[in-house]
Write a protein that binds this ligand. Structure first.
Ligand code: IPE
Ligand code: IPE
Ligand code: MG
Length: 252
């Protein structure tokens, strides 16, 4: 089944790329009298459910924000717990993800991650590189500002080497150096947990992304909430700065 099936009532196409800020694990844990670590474990369950819902509904790219540049500033216990969880989950879920045709790609400052995790990440990317049904991008140690800085550094290096002229740097060149290079920009950004901010996620790529804030804590965000978010997206008119008349003229 593709994302376009069952869409008779939705006026606009389904999203190709959905990005999610998976927020609210800690508050979910407090509400249930559990540790923050248990909250993150519950969050893994939601990530699994949403990855499956996304692949089943024909989404081509799902990007999940799992750990931000700023999350290094959390207590060491929590950071270590999260690194342990990423390591375990990668091992446990890899075959299942691959059996659904999911390619894994990681974005972020991976040099800051423990070496053992970096190796497992590289192995997971290599193992699933040939899968084409959906790309699952995991943003770990990621920040939108980090992304812009690393792109700028790589572009500057090409200029210094004489491979690129400053006047030739345009939006396409910058896009090709961003962490999501080669993938369509997110059509829809979902943030769970009720906060209404971007928290240094994909600053370059979100320029014309539709945004949906859900009050649900991430562990409670499941297939039904995901389907409702997609329906909401499909009712929105994206204008990209144009007028409605101009959009219609372009569609002809
Ligand atoms: C999101 O949940 C997970 C990570 C940032 C790793 P939080 O841990 O931020 O949960 P809240 O916002 O404290 O509820
Ligand atoms: C954003 O959540 C980062 C992730 C979900 C990985 P945070 O909980 O870190 O964001 P703030 O601190 O509320 O902005
Ligand atoms: Mg949070």
């Amino acid at each position: 089944m593709t994302a376009d099936t069952n869409s008779a009532e939705a006026p606009y196409p389904a999203p190709r790329h959905i990005a999610i800020i998976m927020d609210g694990n800690g508050r979910w844990a407090s509400a249930h009298g559990k540790s923050r670590y248990a909250g993150h474990q519950a969050g893994v369950g939601a990530a699994r459910a949403i990855a499956m819902a996304a692949v089943e509904s024909g989404i081509k790219v799902l990007t999940l924000f799992a750990f931000s540049s700023e999350n290094w500033n959390r207590p060491a216990d929590e950071v270590n717990g999260l690194m342990h969880l990423f390591f375990e989950v990668l091992q446990q879920e890899l075959d299942e993800l691959q059996s659904h045709g999911i390619q894994l790609r990681f974005i972020g400052a991976r040099e800051h991650l423990p070496e053992i995790l970096r190796k497992r990440i590289a192995a997971a990317e290599a193992k699933t590189a040939g899968e084409v049904r959906m790309v699952l991008v995991l943003a770990v140690a990621y920040g939108g500002r980090w992304d812009l800085v690393q792109a700028t550094q790589r572009i500057a290096a090409k200029v210094r080497a004489g491979d690129l002229q400053p006047d030739d740097i345009d939006e396409a060149v910058v896009s090709r150096h961003m962490a999501l290079a080669g993938l369509p920009a997110p059509d829809l950004l979902i943030r769970t947990g009720g906060e209404q901010r971007v928290s240094n996620f994909l600053l370059w790529d979100l320029a014309y992304t539709e945004i949906l804030f859900s009050p649900a804590f991430w562990p409670d965000f499941r297939a039904a909430e995901f389907a409702a978010a997609v329906d909401c997206f499909r009712a929105r008119e994206r204008r990209y700065g144009r007028t409605r008349d101009r959009l219609e003229a372009l569609a002809d």
